[in-house]
Design a protein around this ligand. Structure first.
Ligand code: NAD
Ligand code: LMR
Length: 442
């Protein structure tokens, strides 16, 4: 079987060792000759590569590993690029979360003004990455992108590089399916779902096992426990932190009001922004939880490994690592497997704009995602989606045109912001915090 060259952009990511383990577990399906790690922060990446190399060494010594900050070295002749860049890193994530909260508004990584701020930082680096890949990699190369905020990134790529071979994915649908499967006592792979929406803004409409829709049963469970098994230890490390337990419990809050479909957990921010603000600690947000948890553990593990040669964290894979490898295998082998991913609408949901980047089940082929027809969606969901879509599309226009007015329109349209006055105050504070990252807005 052909051996592939894989590059990882954002090699210094906290997820890198887990994704590498997932790749190693699947070498028979996706044989690799080289893995190249690329990051703009060479020092951070080199530490993470120590852990990645230790994981690889458990499986094979036949993969060439390169640790680089040079795009040509990273992408020359590559077959696949995994993108997982956090532009501005955790320091800016913390501000995305805390600045809005200081105005009593949702502070979050991808939702509300925090997500818009992250989008304003990420479009230019994402386009730069696409251009590097076009310049150096194989013509058939695919970028499989996890970099957030995925909806805004997907729209920016659609608009600025429409022909680029980028598959935008998110682990949230599959992580939600992991919880559903645990609740039903089945394997995640046995679950067949229907789903529609935008990234971090969608609903499951069918949860089928062996031809039987189990949505009603899951709904009954959610009324009692939220989207968690009674024994929460069944949830993998990816969502074991207290903020995630709270988020999966909040599915109950959403379904108590709107029981029709099962929501993506991120809808809590749009449907209950007041509750989220009231129950948030303005001084200690998710960014702090990750910096004190996942990030700290990773760098301590590397330090100890360098001292003792013992790798204390196994970097157990979880859905995040499995999913990116699953979709890549489906592209590489042209399997046409069905996964929930982002793709251009083009009539999949006829009563949404054709050029919306929607998240739906699609068959993943060597030519990219082929979405399955969904049909018209009810007005409530259509109205919510169109408001969010408008906010995201106008934000991308603001980035391209350097328009303050459009940025303010995007913020004002976001359902988490109560008025244009608050939107402007939050936007102005975020401009000051992002002066080294955002395009100039006039
Ligand atoms: P992290 O901060 O640990 O790592 C991100 C890395 O990206 C850093 O090493 C940073 O230096 C690098 N980077 C920043 N700008 C870059 C650029 N222009 N070119 C190359 N590298 C660059 O972040 P993390 O928590 O591991 O998350 C990584 C990414 O994955 C983020 O975008 C995050 O939002 C995203 N994510 C997505 C999902 C999903 O399912 N969609 C889930 C989790 C995380
Ligand atoms: C992260 O992994 O920190 C985020 O990208 C998503 C989350 O868990 O908040």
């Amino acid at each position: 079987m052909k051996k592939y060259i894989l590059a990882v952009a954002g090699g210094g990511s906290t997820y890198t060792p887990g994704i590498i383990r997932s790749l190693m577990d699947r070498l028979e399906d996706l044989p690799l000759s080289e893995i190249r790690f690329y990051d703009i922060d060479g020092a951070r990446q080199s530490k993470v590569v120590v852990a990645a190399k230790a994981v690889i060494a458990e499986y094979t010594d036949s993969i060439l590993v390169t640790d680089t900050t040079d795009p040509q070295t990273a992408f020359e002749n590559a077959d696949f690029v995994f993108a997982q860049m956090r532009v501005g890193k955790y320091a800016l994530r913390e501000l995305d979360e805390k600045i809005p909260l200081s105005h009593n508004v949702v502070g979050q990584e991808t939702c509300g003004p925090g997500g818009l701020a992250y989008g304003l930082r990420t479009i230019a680096p994402m386009i730069e990455l696409i251009d590097y890949v076009e310049q150096y990699a194989k013509e058939t190369a695919w970028i499989v992108n996890y970099s957030n905020p995925a909806s805004i990134v997907a729209e920016g790529v659609r608009k600025l590089r429409p022909k680029a071979r980028v598959l935008n994915i998110c682990d949230m649908p599959v992580a939600t399916m992991r919880n559903i499967a645990a609740i039903l006592g089945v394997e995640r792979e046995e679950l067949v779902v229907d789903y529609f929406g935008l990234n971090h803004f969608g609903w499951f409409t069918r949860l089928e096992v062996d031809g039987i829709d189990r949505l009603a049963e899951v709904r009954e469970h959610v009324y009692k426990h939220g989207l968690l098994t009674e024994d929460v230890s069944k949830i993998d490390y990816r969502h074991a932190d207290s903020s995630w337990i709270k988020t999966f419990k909040n599915i109950k809050l959403i379904m108590d009001h709107f029981p029709e479909y099962l929501p993506n957990p991120y809808l809590q921010y749009y449907l209950f922004p007041d509750h989220i603000v009231e129950t948030s600690n303005k001084d200690y947000t998710r960014a702090n939880e990750v910096m004190d948890g996942r990030e700290k553990t990773l760098f301590e593990t590397v330090e100890k490994f360098e001292e003792t040669g013992i790798l204390e964290d196994s970097f157990a894979v979880g859905v995040h690592g499995t999913f990116i490898v699953d979709v890549t295998v489906s592209i590489a082998q042209n399997l046409g497997k069905r996964y929930v991913v982002m793709t251009e609408n083009n009539g999949t949901i006829p009563n949404l704009p054709a050029d919306a980047m929607i998240e739906v089940p699609a068959f993943i082929t060597a030519d990219g995602p082929k979405p399955e027809f969904v049909g018209d969606i009810p007005y409530f969901y259509k109205a919510m989606i169109e408001q969010q879509l408008a906010s995201e599309k106008i934000l991308v226009e603001a980035i391209i045109e350097g328009s303050y007015e459009k940025a303010l329109q995007a913020f004002t349209l976001n359902k988490t912001l109560p008025s244009a006055k608050v939107a402007k105050a939050v936007l102005d504070d975020l401009i000051a915090a992002n002066k080294d990252f955002w395009p100039t807005l006039n």
